[in-house]
Design a binder for this molecule. Sequence first.
Ligand SMILES: Cc1cc2nc3c(=O)[nH]c(=O)nc-3n(C[C@H](O)[C@H](O)[C@H](O)COP(=O)(O)O)c2cc1C
Length: 199
Amino acid sequence: MKKFIMNLIKTGMLLSLVACSSQPAVKKQVSEEEEVVQVEKLDGEKIAVVYFSATGNTKEVAIKLSEELDADLYEIVPSVAYTEEDINYTDDACRANREMNDESSRPEFEEIPEVEKYSTILLGYPIWWGTAPRIIQTFLETYPLENTKIYTFCTSGGSGIEQSLKDLQGLYPEKKIVNGKRFGSSSKEEVKEYLQEIE
Ligand SMILES: Cc1cc2nc3c(=O)[nH]c(=O)nc-3n(C[C@H](O)[C@H](O)[C@H](O)COP(=O)(O)O)c2cc1C
């Protein structure tokens, strides 16, 4: 009986030793898994600032936003650059005006690699004749962006962003175009205000 009890104790000790020795391994496995999940999460929440800018105003805001958010920055670069003449909107026949008067116009742009991997995109553009330039339509039609939340921002001579937001939401109801703000400047205050709004 004494021997039996001793054996039980020994077996118990052995079992608890096994349990002890297996604990760290189990823990390690879980924490590795957690690490993987975390990395995926971080990656899944990546933000990009994507913008088109003909004279640099929207670009300035885009750079500030990307810096503030530590987000990746992409420019929508037209395949054929806009010259000064092209955007001289006092001339009815300038390229920009012709594009805006033609609903089917889709100015081409240089491909943006991996833009689909972002869960949030801040999309910036100048206001042209009250709305977004046609090249923004080309961008939105080029990439499905099914799982991407799209916040817009713009610069302008005074017009608000509302009309362009309404137009884009109407044209692409399948996309999650959720919000927009016009920037009067690229000041820290305006940038912060926008980021607070979209957060
Ligand atoms: C073709 C064209 C049309 C424009 N139409 C408007 C407009 O309707 N309302 C407005 O406030 N500004 C208008 N602007 C001015 C631009 O929106 C403004 O200068 C903007 O900040 C330019 O941004 P960018 O430097 O990023 O190109 C127009 C500019 C161009 C070239």
